[in-house]
Design a protein around this ligand. Sequence first.
Ligand SMILES: *Cc1c(COP(=O)(O)O)cnc(C)c1O
Length: 407
Amino acid sequence: MQKTPITKSEPDERGYWGKFGGRYVPETLVAPLDELTNEFMRARMDPDFREELNQLLRDYCGRPTPLFHAERLTAHAGGAQIYLKREDLLHTGAHKINNAAGQVLLARRMGKRRVIAETGAGQHGVATATVCALFGLRCVIYMGAEDVRRQALNVFRMQLLGAEVITVNAGTRTLKDAINESLRDWVTNVHDTYYLLGSALGPHPYPFMVREFQSIIGREAREQILSASGKLPRALIACVGGGSNAIGLFHPFLKDEEVRLIGLEAGGRGDSLGQHAARFHDGTTSGGGQIGVLQGTMSYVLQDANGQIATTHSISAGLDYSAIGPEHAFLHDSGRAEYLRVSDAEALEGFRLCAKLEGIIPALETSHAVMPAIRVARELPRGDSVIVNLSGRGDKDVQLVADLQAQ
Ligand SMILES: *Cc1c(COP(=O)(O)O)cnc(C)c1O
């Protein structure tokens, strides 16, 4: 455990935040990951790269996104003012394009002509296929067979965008199997291939690099809330799958110790292992995550007594993953950020309430943040504010909710 409060959260040169992070990969990937790290470090200091990225984010993706004062949700809560950071308004419907845009420019800079990516529900696959279409790069997306079946429409979208979607039949045929296949492809084709990883996960430099590309969310939100209310918010609230939208909002506020950072994990259907994706489980039952390695990084991982990776469940595909990004593990253990569990049922309640009160249908991932935001706001005076990261729009989930309602 960290003793001193964190005013800064930077990994060391090997990509560790305390004991979390690092690079647990086959020997053949060490040199490519070093090359990627060096190229990223150079690019982020290069004014030309920054200008190119800013332009892409502005003219193609739709940044800056608004910080919307949700007055009816605020009235419903009866406390602090609730603001929504509208990442759902971005091109392709979620924050994932921020990262895809940054990394595709890096791939071009490195002269790579082929881009590969993993996808679970298909959101990251669509974002990657989109930026590859824009720049005329070959795009291959790995997706578990189970997800291909569940997300047929997103598979078709990726194909429309010119990507090749490869179905993965290994393991549980979901996201982690797709990540394994992507890593395998990368090992083989690293000379001409860029691996565009989709969350703040994986071996160094990905967790750091993805955070940097997503931190635009928090930088904008900080400026916007200061100009709207004249002071910092009391809390930031975001759902946590791998952790990219949450860390993107949190990071520019880490030094502001008075701002609570609250991450929401998928509580699913219950506390027992296999029924949720809450890696920071309190450990009072058999359902908790333990420190371990998954997909190249050391973090909290849901696993059984034998160290086998546990299956997970969430109503939202984007939160349905057995590990969490290493920086969140660090922020959790140091006490700087708090992580709560939100059940499927409560996420559905948030989904409906946000639609009814604000005319905004959030993604089911995002919906995990709505009810906790109301509870947090209720405890605070009206003169204060909280910011909810509206990570994505819910169009993709409407059919699923309709089917649930019909049952
Ligand atoms: C993918 C996704 C998430 C979860 O991913 P993070 O890396 O944790 O942000 C959350 N919300 C939406 C809308 C998503 O598409």
